[in-house]
Design a protein around this ligand. Sequence first.
Ligand code: DGJ
Length: 779
Amino acid sequence: MAILFDEKHSAITIETANSTYQIGIGKYGFLLHLYYGKKVSGDMGYLINYRTRAYSLNPFDSGTDRTFALDNLPFEYPCYGSGDFRPAAFNMKTNAGVYGCDLRYVSHRVVPGKYAIPGLPAVYVDESKAVPLENKISMKNEPLESSAKTSVCKSETLEIVLADPVAGVEVTLLYGVIESLDVITRATIVRNTAASDIVITKALSGCLDFTHGDFDLLHFPGKQGMEHIQKRAPIIQGKQSFGSLRGASSHQHNPFVILADSSASEDTGSCYGMMLLYSGNFICEADRDQYCKTRISMGIQDEMFEYTLKPGEAFHTPEVAYAYSHSGLAHLSHTYHKLVSHHIVRGPYRDIMRPILVNSWEAAYFDFDGEKLIAIAQNAAKLGVEMLVLDDGWFGNRRADASGGLGDWYVNEEKLGMPLSAMVDEINGLGMKFGIWIEPEMVSTDSGLYHAHPDWAFAVPGRGPAWGRNQLVLDFSRKEVVDNIFNQIAAVMDSANIEYIKMDMNRSLADIYSHGETYQNAGATMHKFVLGVYDFLERMNTRYPHVLIEGCCGGGGRFDAGMLYYTPQIWCSDNTDAISRLKIHHGTSFGYPASAMGAHVTTVPNHQTGRSNICINTRGAVAMSGTFGYELDLGKLTADEQQAVKQQVADYKKYWHLIHQGQYYRLTDPNKNSAFAAWAYVSEDKSEALMNVVNLEAQCNPQTYYIALKGLDPDAMYNISVPGADDSNQDKMPTHETTQVSNIYSGSALMYGGLPVPTFRDEHQLWQVHIKTAGIAAQ
Ligand code: DGJ
């Protein structure tokens, strides 16, 4: 049993395999946070220090007792307005002009299984969310095989009801527990119990309020073309917050955060993760108070948010997933990788190898017709690539990114020079699948849709809306808008054998004004827009269950766990430079698995950075650290490069079980180590690993560097080999010169002694090492 009630101490304990979370029903009905961390037993209420605090307020019911200091106690779901002056998780106003509330405990109960949230993504435990294997499509040249680990996870839900009868509000806190994974999810339901409207002005998904501890905040800021760059800084007194106001989770900040003990490292120490399953405006607030206590909360951004509830109505917040690790950041990442891979991503592609694709964007941009695309597919098929993706430019009157067409989702047959179905049939005839790009939430003013429905685009009456990439945003908070776009796109999907969709979003939201029936509730429109996007995606998944959808938002501008519920993979960045990608993948890996990160091999000089000196092997290994594909004209490759591509396709299939199902280890920090970047995948049974090392700096007379492996069995003996190192390409491999490197090592030697890194011949050269148990006992 994962959730226990200790009546004597009025404490509710949530136990996972390795962690304990304890809640206290405190004096006067305040819901206190007692403890979250490594597994403990007993009542943790002793951690709370009740004492008089100057300039703190005490509840009215406490009379002359001044020790229940409201801005000194840790709360489960702190609200504004009744004496806690730290950042609140909840705030509201009433028609009578009351701002804030005072939430007290009413009841709690434990329900078997994990709750779901209507219209919103949520962690699931039920295996039926993954389409059964028998129904799955088979992959070209690939026997239909799955790694699906039958879930033996036990899950339960704790519901705690709080209420403020004066304000007319009832708040239900939901806690979903996945015991074996050390994951606890949180979400909130707010109900209007008053006789008139109430307005929610802030309703975060969850809050963690620690009695003590010195913490660092790890978060993943960035920009378009350089997303998810890991940053770490101590939390100091005051509020530190980050989030998005752009309508999407954004390139600038990711809705995933880690609170790490200040001494925690990759391999040691306590750390807590918070991953929000939401793709719109969000906020994360961390606060260290005057007494050095830390509070951290996450949820929908309160700026621009105001949600009116009529009597009896309810509002559901999105969900945040907590995880705890007592052994450092690597373990925390492994937990999130499992959570995302097995309890957030759904559908047939959850457990099988995704098709290796070639995308037309960097291969041709808008300069294509059907013949050219078929030629790209022919070249790709010869090299073993499995799917052609037709990116932007195939529909309406679209000619360039500044031109029209968005909103008119019909095939431009004149441009293609043939019907889509004829082209797709030809591509299928090569043994390849076909996929297509869409950007459903957007509209060009030069489009039939805009001319017919100008009020479907966000714009404040009387004011010209801000442009973004010369396009406007459709009001997806309105069902009729989503219906129209869905029906248009479904007609294209039904017209040809389309097996993949890349769903893009190329601008941020502004000028929010809904001309639909929701216009009086403008503060809710940004949220309802996100619900409309989820509705669109859910309908796509339901109608086309075997179509793989890849999310995209000008790269990683909407790379979040909410989207991953609908789209198993997301294009990680528009920056396809493999050296830039080392930092991007490094940051992304803290919360998200390689199977979620869209990554492609592109040409050199790279189209975004202009960098030339990245050999095809390095570009391949970096792209293989994601979902793997190509985005260049494969017909222009030299014979050697073509050979390398064939080898990469074979290697990806050979090592896929490690890359997508093994455990990922960050062996260096590319933001700090300027000499080389290294990372590895280790099978869960520790019998096999793949390590990649990329030289970052050309050096004269370099020192000898050493790299320590992680995650191996110290007592096992391992054979190491360098894939592709045969006599024919020795000159392309880094060398160990005079260092004595054998082939067989103990796991302890590889992890604690390390391996000498060979001398690289070229900047950005790759050293890849395959490690496999040698089948002999360690001496
Ligand atoms: C932005 C995406 O990130 C690119 O990959 C490409 O699809 C373009 N949009 C197309 O307009």
